[in-house]
Design a protein around this ligand. Sequence first.
Ligand code: GDP
Ligand code: MN
Length: 378
Amino acid sequence: MKIHEFQAKEIFSRYSIPVTKETVCYTTDEVCTASERLGYPVVVKAQVHAGGRGKAGGVKLARTLDDAKNAANQILGMDIKGYTVEKVLVAQGVKFNKEFYVGMTIDRNTKSVLFMASKEGGVEIEEVAKDNPEAILKFPIDPELGMAPFLARKIAFQLFDDFSLVKQGADLFQKLYKIFLDTDSSLVEINPLVITDDGNLLALDGKMNFDDNALFRQKEIEALNEPTEDEKKEIQAKESGLTYIRLDGNIGCMVNGAGLAMASMDVIKHFGGQPANFLDIGGSSNPQKVIDAMNLLTSDKNVKVIMINIFGGITRCDDVAKGLVTALEQLKMDIPIVIRLSGTNAEEGLRIIASQNLPVVGSLSEAAQEAIRLVNAM
Ligand code: GDP
Ligand code: MN
């Protein structure tokens, strides 16, 4: 789960990490009022769950009321990487001469939190990581010791020359590590961390991602969730007992069992097709589940064909077939379907399907190839 910059900085400031004075605004009028109150210059920043806002034109410095108004008009409603900007942050503009990067993530190789820091922070950090990786220092944090003071100082000494900054940095890194643990983060980043004119460290930007599996014990964080349209569908699917993940392809898949669903997607890919989703309807033959699943699949406009792949183990194919027939009668949809049914009582199941003039195929390979053929014929 992701949160916005202003929410991350609110958490930072609760741990007394210095951040800019700022206000969230939803309209140009609010931006103007906030700018007048903060005093110029201000920075108007898009609040969306995407990085690289600066490069996308979503961060603008304003020196006058007119500037602020123009910035608000330009940024509100703008599209950044598929997200529409609905709110902006108006932050006090800060003078600085150097941008640093600090971040933390979970590193599976060292099985620990990895602390990263660089003297070359700012909007080009991705390029730095690619072209000059040694400019990004990496420190695995021993989970037994945590961010010990000596380690925090060691990192700070590699970033700063001035002793006051080393002290501030070491303090900040320890707080940041505590935030990471306390909130079950999977990523915490400050980019840029800057030195102000009066020689103090300040977090000018903030980014935090969280481990979804820990949200049950992070109610306050969970309350900040703003799911995307796709994520909303996934949540809705879960509520109907389905596991659904949307992908970019055009062959909708409906499968009973997670492993079989993965295999079905692999086989579609193998024959050159593009699956539109992962969908596990579980082991029941309940027609309602099939109806819910079909509604989910057809709500994705990219879906051109639906491939149903059922393997009857404990669930019997004839039961599943009856469920399918009932569901399809109620739905009356015009998207072509390919059905593959195999396992316990398959013959009986296939008879039921065939008696309804529904297209059945013999194997998973055939199903995938038929689905691809149908897509290509459109
Ligand atoms: P991002 O591009 O999504 O990471 O957005 P940031 O919040 O990091 O802003 C992008 C860049 O805008 C920063 O790296 C800074 O160079 C610049 N910036 C942001 N806030 C200020 C500010 O208060 N003063 C100045 N001079 N530059 C700023
Ligand atoms: Mn940034």
